[in-house]
Ligand binder design. Structure first.
Ligand code: KG4
Ligand code: ZN
Length: 316
């Protein structure tokens, strides 16, 4: 929830029900959304000390994602906007990740580049104004978050493995093992080769020593993380050179990765960039990024008809 572009509360409900299944189960996600949505809105109003009559617009995530979960949010937002007689604002999840960079007082000047790295997307976005966002590079296969999670699975770690790789990597040697670096032209990314390279390497090593993974877990995590980060940063450097832009932001769940945050700061110093990294709570999926995007869309009078539906697809 936000007032005049300042976040009042970022209350969210996380769903731990999926952990035992090794991934998100769509039906369980929709059901949990239905159970959580009214209590979450109530708590957010209480935390922000705002009454329903003070709400001037309702923003919701319209796309992309799991359709059942999106529909729950869309129907609730439409009902609330109708009941309160205030504008409805449809927000694109990936645009909202980018605009999380506009939450702090220390905001990047436009134009800036944003590396958006989440469980489903990996994009370099050229941002010319809050609502003028252009994707100039993206993954042609797996997303960076998927690369973390799938590598973690190969290492026997539970879902979502990204934060665990981060944790173990802090104790390991990132130069110990070297995994394949994809050769993709332009500003696009590819991560599927990294996953395959890790798979074949682990198969060969565990044949020789069945305890190879547990004996080398920290070094394996550090080396996997090192490769994913090097792929991300080499394209980001290329994008900065091509566009001449030195204001560099990061967004999405993977931007919570401590190695990536550190490497981005170091690369920024080398390249003369001004680097902006959102607080952890605004990197992974959060409510504040939807509120701030709703705020900018309301300022631009980009409101949405009640006839709008939700969409699983990611076009924007
Ligand atoms: O943006 P997000 O919260 O949800 C999506 O929109 O996908 O991103 C989730 C992704 C997952 O793949 C998760 O493993 C990854 O972000 N992630 C991390 C870290 N925290 C979350 N990956 C590496 N290191 C982390 N610390
Ligand atoms: Zn996300």
């Amino acid at each position: 929830m936000c007032r005049d572009g300042h976040i009042l509360t970022n209350f969210i409900a996380s769903q731990s029900v999926h952990e035992q299944y090794g991934g998100v189960v769509p039906e369980l996600a929709s059901r949990a959304h239905m159970q959580n949505i009214v209590p979450v809105v109530d708590t957010a109003l209480k935390q922000a000390k705002v009454s329903l009559s003070e709400i001037s617009a309702v923003a919701f995530t319209q796309a992309p994602g799991l359709i059942g979960a999106l529909l729950v949010g869309a129907q609730f937002a439409k009902s609330l906007s109708l009941a309160l007689n205030v504008p409805l604002i449809a927000v694109h999840h990936m645009q909202a990740h980018v605009l999380a960079n506009l939450i702090p007082d220390n905001k990047p000047d436009f134009p800036f580049l944003c590396l958006t790295v989440s469980g489903g997307h990996t994009q370099i976005v050229l941002c010319e104004s809050p609502l003028q966002l252009t994707i100039i590079g993206q993954t042609i296969d797996d997303a960076a978050g998927e690369a973390f999670d799938k590598s973690a699975k190969l290492l026997g770690l539970p879902y979502p493995g990204g934060p665990l790789i981060d944790k173990y990597a802090q104790l390991g040697n990132p130069k110990r093992f070297v995994f394949a670096e994809p050769q993709i032209p332009g500003l696009d990314f590819s991560f599927s080769g990294v996953k395959t390279s890790i798979l074949y390497f682990l198969q060969a090593e565990t044949k020789k020593n069945p305890h190879f993974i547990e004996e080398n877990l920290a070094d394996l995590c550090a080396s996997v993380q090192e490769r994913i980060i090097s792929i991300l940063l080499s394209k980001l450097k290329k994008a900065a050179v091509q566009t001449g832009i030195k204001n560099i932001c990061i967004a999405g769940g993977v931007s919570a990765n401590s190695g990536l945050r550190r490497a981005l700061q170091e690369t920024g110093l080398q390249q003369g960039w001004q680097v902006f990294i959102p607080a952890f709570e605004y990197c992974t999926d959060n409510a504040a990024m939807i509120a701030i995007t709703g705020y900018y869309k309301l300022l631009a009078k980009q409101t949405t008809s009640l006839a709008v539906g939700a969409s699983a697809k990611s076009d924007w």
